[in-house]
Every structure is written in structure tokens, then in C-alpha cells.
Design a protein around this ligand. Sequence first.
Ligand code: HEC
Ligand code: HEC
Ligand code: HEC
Ligand code: HEC
Ligand code: HEC
Length: 175
Amino acid sequence: MQIGNTFMVKPNRVAASVFFLLAIIIAGCADGQNSDAVQPIVYSHYTHVEEGGAECLDCHQYAETQSAASIPNIKVCIDCHDEAISESEDEATLLMYISENKKIPWRQVYSVPDYVFFSHRRHVKLGQMECAVCHGDVGSLAVPVAEQYERITMEWCMDCHETSNVSNDCYACHR
Ligand code: HEC
Ligand code: HEC
Ligand code: HEC
Ligand code: HEC
Ligand code: HEC
């Protein structure tokens, strides 16, 4: 009710700037911590990495060659899940996505805003860094990744660059 009244009595410009502010606040929340993301399938890194012996790069196939490591989808899963290999309901959900040839709508937990340049290749391949430095011990997680292990802030990036003697020139990260 109150919101409706505000729009009635104030000029359009005020309403517009309220929307603009809201958009920034919403965008700010969205590109920061996407904490407690709920995933469409209860995926267990533990089953695949610790028990199954899969390597991070088997699924996150571009971590050494591109900016984005990539979150695997049905094309990768189907290698082992072309039919049921367990009693799991979550596997049944996966098989449904596969049979309908639909993408699993994973929610990305780690992200930087568009105006920041980050490259996995640079850190993983050239910098020889372990995934765990930035993502923690993902292989031991029996539930999906729900929040950032190291919160991504400008300070976090710059602190490590400073101790590693890497450029903290604004244009290195803001191109
Ligand atoms: C290299 C083979 C392999 C690949 C690739 C693979 N899985 Fe699995 N997955 C397994 C094995 C092995 C099990 C355990 C089956 C059992 O219970 O004996 C499993 C079990 C599961 C389960 C059942 C719950 C559990 O943790 O036991 C789910 C859900 C699942 N996988 C999802 C996925 C998804 C999603 C992908 C693609 C992103 C994927 N898997 C890719 C081998 C694989
Ligand atoms: C120096 C820190 C750092 C290291 C090392 C690192 N990551 Fe990341 N990772 C990030 C950041 C920052 C983001 C968000 C990037 C973005 O939004 O473009 C991210 C995002 C991701 C994502 C989701 C978005 C995407 O890129 O597809 C996956 C999956 C991922 N990392 C996996 C890995 C794996 C696997 C390794 C090791 C092979 C690894 N990361 C090593 C910092 C790191
Ligand atoms: C069998 C495939 C598979 C393997 C092997 C695997 N992952 Fe994943 N990873 C996934 C799937 C599927 C997701 C999305 C569901 C989730 O968030 O748990 C994911 C999500 C992630 C994310 C969160 C990405 C984001 O921003 O939402 C990180 C970080 C990550 N994995 C790191 C690793 C690391 C490090 C390893 C090796 C220790 C590894 N993964 C091995 C399939 C795999
Ligand atoms: C834990 C340490 C660490 C963290 C955290 C980290 N970096 Fe780096 N970064 C490095 C290292 C080491 C290199 C140099 C890699 C090499 O040998 O080329 C590097 C290189 C870079 C470069 C290339 C620099 C140049 O001179 O062109 C960019 C850009 C970059 N990082 C962006 C980021 C951003 C953005 C973040 C945060 C989202 C981040 N980094 C977080 C360690 C880190
Ligand atoms: C090593 C990478 C890196 C360097 C160097 C860097 N930034 Fe950033 N910057 C980031 C990241 C990552 C974010 C996004 C932080 C977030 O989403 O909370 C960011 C965000 C910002 C923002 C948005 C507002 C804010 O504070 O969140 C501004 C403005 C900014 N940087 C200016 C600069 C200037 C000016 C410099 C040079 C003195 C600089 N940055 C150097 C990584 C870097």
C-alpha cells in the first residue's frame, strides 16, 4: 500500500531513482556472496574425488587452459551415468536431465563482477597453484558447494598478489 502511494504522489523521477538504487543493491547482493546456494542435485565431491579417485580437471576441464574452469554438465556426467549405477534419488534426477537432454541448472557460487578480470589458466597453469588455496578441500565435501571458502574481495586478491610479488596495478584486474 505504502509503495503504491509513493508512486502516486511523487514525480516519476523519484520512482525511477528508487528503482535504480534497488537495482544496484540487488546487483550488489547477487555478484558478491551467493551463499547457501541450493543446487538442483545433491552432488557429492566426496563420492567422486575421494572414493572414486576422479581428478578436478576430469570435470572442471578448462581450469588449465581458459579463464573459466567450467562447471560440468550432462555431457560429462553421461560418461559414467548413462544408466543407473546407484540407488540414489539424486542420480535418478540426473538421469532425468540426461534423458530429456536438459542442462542441469547449477548455481555458480564463486564469481567476480564483469568489470574484474580473473583467469584460472593464469593461476593454475602459469602460477602452479592448487585449487585448494582458493576453494578449500572440495574433495571432502559430501554436499554441494554452497558458499565461498575464501570470500572474493579486492583485498583478498591484492593481499596474495602483494605477498607473491605480482602486479597490483589497477589495470591488471580492471581491463
Ligand atoms: C568417472 C565416472 C563418473 C562421472 C564422470 C560422474 N560420476 Fe557420479 N558417480 C560415479 C560413481 C562411481 C558413483 C557411485 C555409485 C555407487 O553408489 O556405487 C556416482 C554417484 C553419483 C550420484 C549418487 C549419489 C552419490 O554421491 O553416491 C550422483 C547424484 C552423481 N554421481 C552425480 C553426478 C553428476 C551430476 C555428474 C556430472 C557432473 C557425475 N556424477 C559424473 C561416477 C561418476
Ligand atoms: C587464485 C585463486 C583460485 C584458484 C587457484 C582456483 N580458483 Fe576457481 N575460482 C576462483 C575465482 C576468483 C572464481 C570466480 C571467477 C569468475 O567469476 O570468473 C573461481 C571460480 C571457479 C569455478 C566456477 C566458475 C568457473 O570458472 O567455471 C569453478 C568450477 C572453479 N573455480 C574450479 C577451480 C578448480 C577445479 C581449480 C583448480 C584446478 C581452481 N578453481 C583454482 C579462484 C581460484
Ligand atoms: C565428477 C565431476 C567432478 C569432479 C571430479 C570435481 N568436481 Fe567440482 N563440481 C562438480 C559439480 C557437478 C559441481 C556443481 C555442484 C556443486 O556445487 O557441488 C562442482 C562445483 C565445484 C565448485 C564450485 C563452483 C561454483 O562456483 O559454483 C568448485 C570450487 C569445485 N567444484 C572445485 C573442485 C575441485 C577443487 C575438485 C578436485 C578436488 C573438483 N571440483 C572435482 C563436479 C566435479
Ligand atoms: C593466493 C594467491 C592469489 C590470489 C588469491 C589471487 N591471485 Fe592473481 N595471481 C597470483 C599469482 C602467483 C600470479 C602470477 C601467476 C604467474 O606466474 O603468471 C597472479 C596473476 C594474476 C594476474 C596477471 C597479472 C599480470 O601481471 O598481468 C591477474 C590479472 C590476476 N592474478 C588477477 C587476480 C584476481 C582478480 C584475483 C581475485 C579475484 C586474484 N588474482 C587472486 C596469485 C593470486
Ligand atoms: C588483484 C586484482 C585487483 C587489483 C590489482 C585491483 N582490483 Fe579493484 N577489484 C577487484 C575485485 C575482485 C573487485 C570486486 C570485489 C567485490 O566484488 O567485492 C574489485 C572492485 C573494485 C571496485 C568496485 C568497488 C568496490 O570496492 O567493490 C573499484 C572502484 C575498484 N576495484 C578499483 C580499483 C583500483 C582504483 C585499483 C588500483 C589501485 C584496483 N581496483 C586494483 C580486484 C582488483
